[in-house]
Design a protein around this ligand. Structure first.
Ligand code: HQG
Length: 181
């Protein structure tokens, strides 16, 4: 399967598992899971044919490990990035002392004033290293990277979660914990 087909399926899954399951009549279960059979048959019914084999390749080879199967292999979910109200049932984790957030330069003034807000997602997304943050920031234009004093936030009772694909999640980051790099 070529890369463009992997990307096409990955985008289709992101859209329906994170944002608009109702578009094809998918029911999202607790934890963000959907039945694999249900997904494949509803996708086909709506004109997008994916084979089970293709789905397995996309879950395994997706560049950011965006999706997971459950232990039985009968259900699939997006690991993070949802805008629909679902509870991923993640357990709070102790974060590393520093985390990073990449953004576009046009957002900097607002972020310095208001802190990092979750905008349309469930959480603010933070990266464990600067390079990943830079790549996330490039999606929004000229990248700017902030470091986050996650050790101090943790001491101040902020809850941090880590998605299955290594993205750190938190409700908000007030300006006092941010340094522009
Ligand atoms: C910005 C991708 C103004 C924030 C990535 C970001 C990530 C503010 C944008 C995942 C703000 C939201 C998430 C404030 C935050 N004023 N702008 N107060 N607070 N922002 O796409 O973190 O490919 O929702 O800096 O790799 O860029 O989808 O969040 O620029 O892991 O798997 O508002 O999406 O993963 O943008 O990216 P996004 P994000 P996937």
């Amino acid at each position: 399967m070529d890369n463009s087909r992997v990307t096409q399926i990955s985008k289709y899954l992101s859209y329906h598992l994170r944002h608009k399951p109702e578009k094809i009549g998918l029911s999202i279960q607790l934890g963000g899971w959907v039945g694999v059979e249900e997904l494949l048959s509803l996708a086909e019914k709506h004109g997008f044919l994916i084979t089970r084999e293709e789905l397995e390749i996309v879950v395994k080879n997706n560049n950011k490990q965006r999706f997971s199967f459950d232990e039985s292999g009968e259900r699939i979910r997006a690991n993070q990035g949802h805008s629909i109200a679902i509870d991923l049932q993640l357990t709070p984790q102790i974060p590393p002392d520093l985390l990073y957030h990449g953004t576009g330069d046009r957002f900097v003034a607002s972020i310095l004033a208001k802190g990092l807000l979750k905008m349309s997602r469930h959480h603010v997304h933070l990266s464990g290293d600067r390079e990943t943050a830079r790549q996330v920031g490039m999606r929004h234009g000229k990248p700017v990277i902030f470091s986050i004093d996650s050790a101090q936030m943790y001491r101040n009772s902020y809850q941090f979660y880590r998605s299955e694909n290594g993205v750190w999640l938190v409700d908000a980051v007030p300006p006092i914990y941010l340094s522009q790099l």
